[in-house]
Design a protein around this ligand. Sequence first.
Ligand code: AMP
Length: 120
Amino acid sequence: MAYDKNNVFARILRGESTCQKVYEDKYTLAFHDIKPQAPVHVLVIPRRASPDMQDFTTRASDAEIAALHRTTARVAQLTGIAEAGYRYLCNIGANGGQEVPHLHVHVFGGRPLGRMLPPT
Ligand code: AMP
C-alpha cells in the first residue's frame, strides 16, 4: 500500500488536525477513536509514515516496533482496562477492513467484548 501523506492520522501527527491524546513518546502517539465502539477505544499509531503492518515490520527499527507494543500496553494501564482485560486489534488492507492508510492498533476495553469475529 502506498503512503498517502494527507491521510487523517498523518495530519494529526503534523498537528494539522486535533486529537484527544492519551499518550505520546518518541515513536508513537495514542488518542481516543472519534467513533468509539467500546467504553474505551484508543488508537495507537507509529510516528513513522507507514501505511500498514506489512510495511512497518519491514522498514521500522526494532525500537519502533517494540514501542508500538509498549505503548499499547501502557494505554491499557492509563485507561484502567489492563486488569479486567481488553482487545488489541489491527486491521490490515482491504480484507482486514482498514480504512485509514496509516498503521494503527485499536485498543478496546471497558466491557466484555464477546466473540473475536462475528459468526459467518
Ligand atoms: P480502521 O477501519 O482500522 O482503518 O479504523 C479507522 C478508525 O479511525 C475508525 O475506528 C475511525 O473511527 C477512526 N478515526 C477516523 N478519523 C479519526 C480522527 N480524526 N480521530 C480519531 N479517530 C479517527
